[in-house]
Structures are given as C-alpha cells and as structure tokens.
Design a protein around this ligand. Structure first.
Ligand code: PGA
Length: 264
C-alpha cells in the first residue's frame, strides 16, 4: 500500500510567527481532537504523511515549532549546486541542515513565472536524489495544451526529460510526482475526479513502461490544483491518486485539518 501524502504548499505566504502558530495549532489538533488522534495513528502506522512547505525564511521557525515528528517540512525550491557564487539561491545541504525532508521541484509557477526549463529541472531532480532531501516533482499541462489534445504529450515530455537517467529503485522509493494541471492551480477550477485519475493513471503507466511494475506500483502520485475540504475525499478515493498538494486551502489550519481528515 502506498502511503498517502497530504502536503501544503504555502508559496509566498506565512511569516515566521504565522508558520509557527500554524504548526502549534495543527499539533494541538493532532494531540487533543478525536479525529486528530486518528490522524496520529495513521501517521504512526505509515498510512499517511503530513507535509508543509513554508517559504525559506519560515522553514526555521516551522521546524522549531514542531514538538513531534508528525509533520514533515518541505522547501518549495532549491538550487542544484552544493555551494558557491549563486546569489539568492539555497542549496540542498542548506535544506538538510534546516530540517527539510522534502523539496518541491518544477512547480508550475517555477516553470511558467520563473522560466525554469527541462534541463534545469532535471539537474535539480538529480542533485536532490543525491542528497538526503526527497523530491516532490511537479508536472502539469496548460489549458491550451489540454484543449488542443496534448495533455499526454506534455506530461510525457516533462517526465521523460526529468527521469531519463534515473533507475527503477530510485523512482519507486524516493520520488513523489505531483500532477498539477496549470489551469486548476489557484483558479478554483479543480480537475474532475475522473480527469485527475486519468492523468495520474497515465503517469503511472509511463513509469511502468520505463521502470517496470515494482517501481510503478510503489511510485506516489499526488494531485494538486484547487483542492479544498469539499473535494479532497473524492479525489483521494481514486486508485491512482496517492495524496494531495494543496496551495490556498493549506493556509487555513482548519481547512488543512479537514483535508487530512478526508484522507483517514
Ligand atoms: P492551489 O495551489 O491549491 O491554491 O490551487 C496548488 C499548488 O500550487 O500546489
């Protein structure tokens, strides 16, 4: 069974105090609420994983606010070099040192707003897999790519260019893929359960074709794009969706708790 991941991507929101308050409230819910306690046993038994991705400046306070290991911290971006003259960038050893278990790579905002291309994203993925931080690698098509019937072509090329040199054990054990259709991100226009499942199933088939059955069976694939407490349960009930990457709805602790609840 694949462990479900409920991951909040805070983007450029939540300063240090806000990050710390959020973590404290979430931990209080986990330790004192009936459903929260159910979530704790699901985390402890390895059924689900709770992840939050603060901005770089709030990672330290989020880590410091944790009194348990129930919540894992992710970064939202990284540079592929270990150190050096790269003004404004943050390295994998720095993320490790700060307490990050994961890093999001290739989010659509990085691809489309900041112009990160296939070559750069492949470098970031490979460097991450050589570190102790694990990648959550995002793929997804633009609206015009979907309406012109090119969704599969886009997903294949985004994945092929990134995982070309990887091996099946790495894919199965270390990589998390997030399918995030760009037209669904921050728009309130969630993909239907069947559209999300279709794309995630397609991604798993690509993994099967390239890496075989063991890797494709254990590969975790998340859906992201306007996930809310109202649609999370039905998305999670799809057989190829192993978790959710949540932007807007992860900024409100109560909404995030309701999404965790829907995964139990
Ligand atoms: P959204 O963002 O939930 O606000 O649509 C998702 C994401 O960008 O990861």
């Amino acid at each position: 069974m694949r462990r479900k991941m409920i991951a909040g991507n805070w983007k450029m929101n939540n300063n240090q105090a806000e990050a710390s308050n959020f973590i404290s409230s979430l931990e209080t819910w986990l330790s004192s609420d009936q459903t929260g306690k159910k979530a704790v046993s699901a985390v402890s038994s390895g059924e689900i994983e709770i992840v939050l991705a603060p901005s770089f400046t709030s990672i330290g306070s989020a880590v410091a606010a944790k009194s348990t290991n129930l919540i894992q911290i992710s970064a939202q971006n990284v540079h592929h070099k270990q150190s050096g003259a790269y003004t404004g960038e943050v390295s994998l050893p720095m993320l490790e040192d700060a307490g990050c278990k994961y890093v999001i790579i290739g989010h659509s905002e990085r691809r489309h707003v900041f112009g990160e291309d296939f070559d750069l994203l492949e470098k970031k993925l490979i460097a991450t897999l050589e570190s102790r931080v694990l990648p959550i690698f995002c793929v997804g098509e633009l609206l015009e790519e979907r309406t012109s019937g090119n969704m599969k072509k886009v997903l294949s090329s985004q994945l092929d260019s990134a995982w070309n040199s990887l091996t099946s054990d790495v894919i199965g054990e270390m990589v998390v893929i997030a399918y995030e259709p760009v037209w669904a991100i921050g728009t309130g226009q969630t993909a239907s359960d069947s559209d999300a499942e279709y794309a995630c199933d397609f991604i798993r088939t690509l993994a099967y074709d390239k890496f075989g059955i063991a890797a494709s069976d254990s590969l975790r694939i998340l859906y992201g794009g306007s996930v809310k407490p109202e649609n999370s349960a039905s998305l999670l009930s799809q057989s190829n969706i192993d978790g959710l990457l949540i932007g807007g709805a992860s900024l409100e602790v109560e909404q995030f708790e309701r999404i965790i609840t829907s995964a139990l």
